[in-house]
Design a protein around this ligand. Structure first.
Ligand SMILES: NC(=O)c1ccc[n+]([C@@H]2O[C@H](COP(=O)([O-])OP(=O)(O)OC[C@H]3O[C@@H](n4cnc5c(N)ncnc54)[C@H](OP(=O)(O)O)[C@@H]3O)[C@@H](O)[C@H]2O)c1
Length: 304
């Protein structure tokens, strides 16, 4: 819990490696990822979020390679266990963690997260090996992801029985996905000291303003925001206006700053050094409460 509370932003690595969503190998490659990682460190970003399923292990492998090349720099590594249907025995969790550590080249990770809840196996049952990971020194802290408020509270209670705190819950949260603000989860995190980590804080790139309806992103990404690109453009205009008022901040920087103002820890994905550096420019300043309220209003259609 301690290290997450000191951090203001992280770097997401879902796009690092093969897979149909992001198009690795078309327009960016390993060299770009290495530069992204190095530029992030230089810009003061210390947390890197990955998962065993990103790039089918590639993301962890690349990160492990880059970590080895930067031995003096303290990086907090967060990865995730995927309770896939063919691998849903609780004993699979520690096995998966050891495989992640081998790809990362680390003796332990700073944060090990359960990627999503996996019924019918109970949350209580899953929290047992997660707590064991801390006890065995394979993870310094543990968290969950995509857990509703009730699921998160059950996870917290189950971990507490093993004297292990629940450090974080990683959820989709951005100006175009605000559900967690209205269903009580964000408030519950604040109340219980669980760090709310915001994934896809740039709406998978839609908030950058480079994807108007006539020019959607290629691949399946367009399906996630089907029919919404038109509405997103007026929000982008508001971001642009507020960025100008802050001495030329970009729309991405304003969008990430809004997430921070809500008390969440954004982990924007980046495919190259320029994106990473730009995103880090969301740090070191703050939107005024009245500006946050203007963005709340401009994004009211995305509350669900
Ligand atoms: N726990 C979960 O279930 C879960 C789910 C999803 C993601 N995550 C985590 O959260 C991280 C972030 O989410 P995300 O990658 O889905 O979405 P995101 O951070 O909202 O968007 C990332 C994408 O936006 C574009 N972009 C980023 N910075 C930019 C900039 N400065 N200028 C222009 N375009 C920019 C890039 O794609 P293009 O250049 O191609 O547009 C980039 O890949 C992931 O990498 C992953 O670590 C977790």
């Amino acid at each position: 819990m301690a290290f997450l509370n000191q951090l203001e932003m992280g770097l997401g690595t879902w796009a690092w490696g093969k897979g149909i969503v992001w198009g690795f190998g078309r327009g960016y490659d390993e060299k770009d990822l290495r530069e992204t990682f190095q530029a992030s460190l230089r810009a003061g970003i210390r947390l890197v979020d990955t998962a065993e399923v990103y790039g089918d292990g590639d993301s962890e492998t690349y990160l492990g390679r880059f970590l080895k090349e930067a031995p003096g720099d303290k990086t907090y590594v967060a990865t995730k266990f995927a309770p896939l249907p063919y691998r849903c025995r609780t004993s699979d969790l520690l096995k998966a963690l050891k495989a992640s550590l081998a790809r990362l080249g680390l003796p332990s990770v700073d944060l090990y997260q359960m990627h999503w809840p996996s019924p019918p196996r109970s949350i209580k049952a899953w929290m047992e090996p997660l707590a064991q990971a801390v006890k065995e020194g394979l993870a310094k802290e543990v968290g969950v992801s995509n857990f509703s408020r009730g699921q998160m509270l059950r996870a917290q209670e189950a971990l507490a029985a093993h004297q292990v705190p629940l450090s974080s819950n990683q959820m989709q949260y951005s100006l175009v996905r605000r559900k967690q603000e209205f269903n009580g989860l964000l408030d519950e995190c604040r109340k219980t000291g669980v760090r709310f980590i915001a994934y896809s804080p740039l709406g998978m790139g839609m908030l950058s303003g480079k994807y108007p309806p006539q020019h959607p992103p290629s691949g399946p990404r367009r399906l996630f925001y089907w029919g919404q690109l038109g509405r997103i453009q007026s929000l982008v205009e508001k971001l642009r206006e507020l960025g100008s008022a802050h001495g030329g901040k970009t729309v991405n920087q304003v969008a990430l700053n809004w997430v921070r103002c809500k008390g969440a820890l954004p982990i924007p994905g980046a495919k190259n050094a320029a994106q990473a550096v730009e995103n880090a420019g969301a740090l070191g300043w703050r939107l005024e409460p009245a500006e946050v309220a203007q963005l709340d209003e401009a994004s009211r259609l995305f509350r669900g």
